[in-house]
Design a protein around this ligand. Structure first.
Ligand code: SF4
Length: 281
């Protein structure tokens, strides 16, 4: 029987870290503070904005389609914001927090003006205590997991439309593994085919439909990176490709480990990691 605890778990975020730099992957996904036994994560205002907006929009999926747009989204946002407000949300001061919150409010105005697919039937992947997941490779004991923001059911073709909400200003890079991963998750965890995939950039209200990869190449591309992650974990080698000079990607984590005074501990996060705000990068 498969042992989920000894498997190597990979996701869009952890493989994204690995592709940026194996040491960054180590610092964010492997290293545990010897004092707390927990991994470390860094909170930023951008991340907090994303968490609050996602909470409101994904939360709509808990209500019947016809009731969703009669909800008070501003009240839902106020509630979600409480979870990220102040220092624990990574905000340097009130001015910064107010500016980020206003961006979230504007995104929800966009949704209210035109909720697009949010008023249609939604499908959810099976999720217990862990994110939806499946065995990507039985031989290698690698599990792929991920949370898809929204899966719209398309009755005319009895198929699915994957949608990812984007709260940042930058567009997802070409070659991103996000859609291949979501396609594999949908194919493994439910029976209907995926026929569409889109990114919704909420700040600009830009809705970008993406070409779906074929399942075979999605599997090949994701497995290729997952195997590299596994190999690095087995060899325990997470080298910095920059050499001694280093770069900005891992500096905040190194500051946390060095207990630099610019680092502030803000509590334990949703995935039981130690959360920090780092002012100096
Ligand atoms: S400094 Fe080196 S180890 Fe850190 S993220 Fe940059 S390349 Fe990776």
């Amino acid at each position: 029987m498969q042992d989920k605890y000894s498997a190597v778990w990979v996701s869009h975020s952890s493989m994204g870290d690995f592709l940026k730099c194996p040491r960054l992957y180590f610092l964010h996904n492997v290293y545990k503070d010897p004092a707390t036994g927990r991994k470390m994560s860094i909170v930023t205002p951008h991340m907090s904005l994303g968490i609050a907006v996602h909470e409101v929009l994904e939360g709509l999926g808990d209500y019947p389609a016809e009731e969703r747009m009669s909800r008070d989204l501003d009240a839902d946002f106020e509630l979600a914001w409480r979870g990220v407000a102040g220092k624990p949300g990574g905000f340097a001061d009130d001015t910064e927090e107010v500016a980020f919150k206003a961006r979230g409010t504007a995104m929800l105005e966009t949704v209210k003006r035109d909720p697009r697919f949010l008023i249609n039937k939604r499908i959810k992947l099976k999720k217990e205590t862990m994110n939806p997941n499946f065995l990507l490779s039985e031989d290698e004991n690698i599990i792929l997991n991920g949370l898809i923001d929204w899966i719209e059911y398309l009755p005319e073709t009895d198929s699915l439309h994957i949608v990812d909400f984007k709260t940042g200003r930058y567009e997802e890079k070409a070659g991103s593994l996000q859609l291949p991963i979501y396609l594999l998750l949908c194919n493994a965890l439910q029976k209907r085919p995926v026929s569409r995939a889109s990114y919704w950039y909420l700040e600009s209200d830009k809705f970008v439909e993406k070409e779906l990869p074929d399942a075979e190449s999605a599997y090949r591309d994701v497995l290729e990176v997952a195997l590299k992650v596994k190999e690095a974990r087995v060899r325990k080698v997470f080298e910095c490709p920059q050499g001694a000079g280093g770069c900005a990607q891992c500096r905040p984590y190194e500051l946390i480990i060095a207990k630099d005074p610019s680092v502030q501990y803000v509590g334990v996060g949703g995935f039981k990691q130690d959360m920090y705000v780092v002012q100096k990068v």
